[in-house]
Design a protein around this ligand. Structure first.
Ligand SMILES: Nc1ncnc2c1ncn2[C@@H]1O[C@H](COP(=O)(O)OP(=O)(O)OP(=O)(O)O)[C@@H](O)[C@H]1O
Ligand SMILES: [Mg+2]
Length: 321
């Protein structure tokens, strides 16, 4: 059964088309990832599915309910953890959970047990009675996640849930998110800029850019699309004509100050290749990662809102390779 189905789902903000005729089908129990550059339309998509903003055109069903005409049923069957935390700083962690449980009509006899359970899951039992203003960024994210789970939603929307978390906490949350999907059959829609996270967690991924799906498949299949190893070269004066003649080089792309080649069996050809391409200052070769897939589909140009260095620099520093 499709837990989420969108038909030409569209959101316009005046002249800007943030989400452009999106068609998605997501099955029960999937962990489905939305990847895309800043401003691609990920949060807007989740906001429409969670009934926080209405679509301009098209439609969407969540758990069988229509987001426009059955918004309240949709809301009761979903949980979400959004980019901007919405908990109250003056309340303790536990009080925030309690408020949320009341708002969502969690059975009064169950509230305490549920709160204990979700606090334990996100390792906040010992800090639950402190005011949230004393929480660190990571603790806030964890409490937000606990809050999203309190009323046992069938679908959980996670908008960059591990942003700013330390690697250990992030891995911990991955394990937990996986468990939610396998044991409780909760369907999870997650956005992230961490490619490793998408790779490890998601059954399927949609890469979106300018509000449109540009690729959709399992992480393994998406990586196959590149059709070879990735060789990244820094060359003073690249001899493009010579590179084009090499049969095992399937694609050549200029990205920033680098040449990025897709190469058949790079291990075998690397040495010969390096002698022909120009004065090589640095070289790096690897099997395709989701980073490469992402760059392949979303292009290499630096978006105006990205500032200096852009995606490429960010990925180089992300340690995801
Ligand atoms: N309330 C709004 N009014 C006007 N424009 C908006 C509004 N919300 C979003 N937008 C615009 O819609 C586009 C998509 O934004 P959205 O927040 O969905 O991107 P995103 O993919 O979540 O990006 P990020 O990775 O930075 O979180 C952007 O150009 C953004 O500026
Ligand atoms: Mg966003």
């Amino acid at each position: 059964m499709n837990v989420i189905e969108t038909k030409n789902l569209t959101k316009k903000f005046e002249r800007l088309v943030a989400v452009n005729r999106l068609n998605l089908k997501i099955e029960e129990g999937e962990i489905f990832g939305l990847l895309g550059p800043n401003g691609a339309g990920k949060t807007t998509t989740l906001s429409m599915l969670a009934t926080l903003i209405p679509p301009t055109e098209g439609s969407a069903r969540v758990n069988g309910f229509d987001v426009k005409s059955e918004a309240s049923q949709v809301r009761h069957s979903i949980g979400f953890v959004f980019q901007d935390p919405s908990s109250d700083d003056m309340l303790t962690g536990r009080e925030n959970l309690y408020l949320h449980a009341l708002m969502y009509g969690v059975d009064m006899r169950q509230i305490n047990k549920k709160m204990d359970e979700v606090l334990r899951l996100v390792d906040l039992t010992s800090r639950q009675h402190e005011r949230m203003k004393r929480y660190s960024g990571g603790m806030r994210r964890r409490l937000e996640l606990a809050r999203g789970l309190l009323h046992e939603p069938k679908v959980l929307f996670l908008d960059e849930p591990t942003l700013g978390l330390d690697p250990q906490t992030r891995e911990h949350l991955w394990g937990y998110i996986k468990k939610l999907s396998t044991e409780k059959r909760i369907t999870i829609i997650i956005t992230t800029h961490y490619m490793e996270e998408a790779d490890k967690l998601c059954n399927r991924l949609a890469i979106i850019d300018h509000g449109k799906v540009v690729a959709l498949d399992t992480p393994a299949n998406l990586k196959k699309v590149l059709g070879g190893d990735v060789v990244r070269l820094k060359i003073a004066k690249p001899n493009i004509a010579a590179i084009k003649k090499l049969k095992y080089v399937k694609k050549i792309k200029q990205m920033d100050r680098f040449l990025v080649l897709t190469v058949n069996d790079a291990g075998k050809h690397l040495q010969e290749m390096l002698m022909r391409v120009g004065e090589v200052k640095s070289v790096e070769s690897h099997s395709p990662t989701l980073n490469d897939v992402f760059l392949h589909y979303t292009g290499s140009e630096i978006r105006s809102e990205e500032g200096e260095g852009g995606y490429f620099a960010r990925f180089m520093h992300s340690g995801n390779r």
